[in-house]
Design a binder for this molecule. Structure first.
Ligand SMILES: [Cu+2]
Length: 157
């Protein structure tokens, strides 16, 4: 298992340098497409992260959460509209990605939430995040920090 992980890390870094524009990660049958995080103003200690995951295997997979060196916790959240109020909830059970399907975490829906950040997310930087899946285990990726408008996730905190 350790051997496998090392091989993956080497393959991933090669792939990453060759395809840095595409910014996708492949781990066995899981594809993680363009993870990005919204830039945050100084003093804000929570941030939202977004990505698309394709599960090419014949087994359901679940994104459970993760960890990051710049945040106390990395959680899976869902933003939902209730009447005219946007509500955000922690989903400790994670996000199910059924076999053969894709799920997007995007503003206004499911997202990765960085809690207790010790520094702001700066536009143009890339931040290391470990995503934790039920079956695939931990996968190291980088989230590209981007300044994008739209959505309401965490803008008010
Ligand atoms: Cu959130």
């Amino acid at each position: 298992m350790i051997m496998k992980k090392r091989l993956f890390a080497a393959a991933a870094s090669l792939m990453f340098s060759a395809l840095s524009l595409a910014h996708d990660y492949q781990h066995h049958d899981l594809t993680i497409a363009h993870p990005w995080a919204r830039a945050t103003p100084p003093g804000v200690t929570v941030g939202g992260g977004f990505l698309t995951i394709h599960n090419g295997s014949d087994q359901d997979e679940t994104l459970l959460g993760g960890s990051a060196p710049f945040a106390r916790e990395v959680q899976i959240h869902e933003t939902r509209q209730e009447g005219d109020v946007m509500k955000m909830e922690h989903r400790p059970e994670g996000l199910l990605i059924p076999a053969g399907e894709s799920r997007s975490l995007q503003p206004g829906g499911y997202h990765v939430m960085f809690m207790g950040m010790d520094s702001p997310l700066v536009d143009g930087e890339k931040v290391p995040v470990t995503l934790t899946f039920e079956h695939a285990g931990n996968i190291d990726v980088e989230f590209a920090v981007e300044k994008r408008s739209g959505g309401m996730d965490h803008d008010m905190d």
